[in-house]
Design a protein around this ligand. Sequence first.
Ligand code: FES
Ligand SMILES: [Fe+2]
Length: 431
Amino acid sequence: MHMQMAALTMQLFPFVPKLRPQGQSHYLNFHNKTSATCCLGNSSESEVLLSQFNPKIPIEEAVTPPTSWYTHPSFFQLELHRIFYRGWQVVGSTEQIKDPNSFFTGRLGDVEFVVCRDESGKLQAFHNVCRHHASLLASGSGHKSCFVCPYHGWTYGLNGALLKATRISGMRNFDVKDFGLVPIQVSTWGPFVLLNLEKESLPLREIGTTHVSEEWLGSCSEILSTNGIDSSLSYVCRREYTIECNWKVFCDNYLDGGYHVPYAHKSLASGLKFDSYSTTIFEKVSIQSCEGSSGESKDNYDRLGRKAIYAFIYPNFMINRYGPWMDTNLVLPLGPNKCQVVFDYYLEHSLKHDTDFIELSLQDSEKVQIEDIVLCEGVQKGLRSPAYRVGRYAPKVEQAMHHFHCLLYENLKRINSMTRHVYEFEFDACQ
Ligand code: FES
Ligand SMILES: [Fe+2]
């Protein structure tokens, strides 16, 4: 009962009225707030849905998670709270915050954020919410010397400090120092910008890249680095796709070990040697690789090169390295039946002015994406059909997908850090 009251209090009054020093995010204990919302919602319903997948069953006998995991609003909420609001999450590219005073905004679940580089060049991230009446503050991306709220003009520096609160004469017990933007932990790895919403209640400190790579990539960080993934490639462009499917449908499609490629991407399949396809599983990363049929093309155009590497970083980030290219796919959950996939393209320096090659490569890539979108949207419709509830895995090719589902289970099942070791043990048993 006491816990329920505490939870309700946190939901109704997430801002602690007692004022505290600026630079610490005591005002919004986001983690508690979301836990509270979760407790007051349909958590027991979600637990039932969760229990419908058993990660202990070996892949040869296992059934896939049920359709409810891909369609149910309560399950979607559970995912936001237990997956996306915890741990390091990729939100963008360092290209977007190259210079002092550059910024970009985004949304992860219900969290509106702004990432910026302040005047001194320091990387910063904040909840993109005005402390006056909750208006969204910044929009889009670009350069700014300060953020002016479009509603009543409160103005914040790129270090989060409230520089000007308009028309507040007569207001008592108010100190601008206490109403800075609520900070979020931010870091980078290679060309990627990452946020960690879970750690925002800790005092802000510089987060080292090593620390992030350990937490985010585990033992895989070196492998990814040595395969050219964090090298300094030139940023080319971004493409965004809104897809009418659950975010996991897109991930599943990526993680089927090339199973669908000969059927759904015939032109891509002709550039790959399928007998060389392999999948390696790490803690939170899986890497699929395949040799390209390099040298067999009649002209000089060789987008795929000799080897393609497809790295999936749990929960929703893919890094594809092939030939002179790297592209990344960030799968953002927008709702139970909708996601957005953000593609960023990077290219070796020597080719960055070869506009014909770039154009042709992007066209080919786009063709594959459109083919995948059709597949994913078809699957989402099928998942809502009464004729289907669970499916099966092809054990020799869909190991990475099974690994993804086991990780989801482990992550979603984890109620708090006190029970963490129990679920890690359970998860180990399913490997
Ligand atoms: S909501 Fe931002 S100034 Fe009023
Ligand atoms: Fe595909």
